[in-house]
Design a protein around this ligand. Structure first.
Ligand code: ZN
Length: 241
């Protein structure tokens, strides 16, 4: 049994396709941690592609914003523009699917939350302090989150929390230590590495493998330009921020 762990596809079909091709034949089910849409040019195509595979998925803050469940004034101007554009183009079917998604799920021994177990839709776990607080908000040994678009693993070691950046040459075996793990973002990485990020998880042996794969960034950018999306959102993809 192997699980393809993905998050923050953000309507970037080329990135999502690259991840599926790179991991082909190596997984049995997809766990998606939310933000399927927002920012990128292919919201309907990305939702359709996810739904063609056996999967479970969470809803993220951008999914909520497009559905009108979040006040988009909390987003910056470019993100608001992307939300409005996405609202104008998603189909009834895409909307209904997104409406059906939960904000947290528990699949023992994992809790899943898009942003954080404390605030599943909105909080950013970007530092050890915020991670430490969040260890008090889930009951399972491990918690999977997305939202920051930065792959990282926080270990709870006695009275301190220690962050680990991914090493793509080695897999990680979870031990008795609790951890909060972020696979990074498929469609808009923000760790200065523009390649799509994802992970493979074997829930039986508890082995986790961080992965990156290059995708045709220019293809996504050209579509965004065609749709008149903000230059900043287009440019950031090639820089990975
Ligand atoms: Zn996101």
């Amino acid at each position: 049994m192997s699980i393809l762990i993905i998050s923050d596809i953000h309507a970037n079909l080329a990135a999502f396709q690259a991840v599926l091709a790179d991991a082909e034949g190596q997984w049995d089910i997809i766990w998606c941690l939310g933000d399927l849409i927002g920012y990128g040019p292919n919201p309907n195509e990305c939702v359709d592609l996810l739904r063609q595979h056996k999967h479970i998925s969470l809803s993220g803050n951008h999914d909520w914003a497009v559905l009108g469940k979040l006040d988009i004034n909390a987003f910056n101007d470019d993100a608001q523009t992307a939300v409005r554009w996405t609202q104008s183009i998603i189909t009834h079917e895409t909307r209904m699917y997104l409406e059906s998604l939960p904000t947290t799920l528990v699949q023992e021994p994992f809790t899943m939350a898009h942003a954080s177990p404390r605030q599943p839709v909105w909080e950013y776990i970007l530092d050890t302090y915020t991670a430490a607080i969040n260890f008090g908000y889930f009951d399972t040994p491990y918690c999977l989150v997305g939202h920051t678009h930065v792959p990282v693993l926080y270990h709870q070691e006695e009275d301190q929390v220690v962050p680990y950046r991914p090493d793509y040459n080695y897999s990680i075996k979870f031990d008795h230590l609790r951890c909060i793990i972020n696979p990074g973002s498929v469609g808009q990485p923000r760790d200065s590495d523009p390649r799509a990020a994802y992970a493979l998880l074997d829930p039986d042996t508890l082995v986790w493998e961080y992965r990156r794969v290059a995708y045709p960034i220019a293809q996504t950018q050209a579509q965004m330009r065609n749709f008149g999306m903000p230059e900043k959102l287009i440019n950031r993809l090639e820089h990975g921020w």
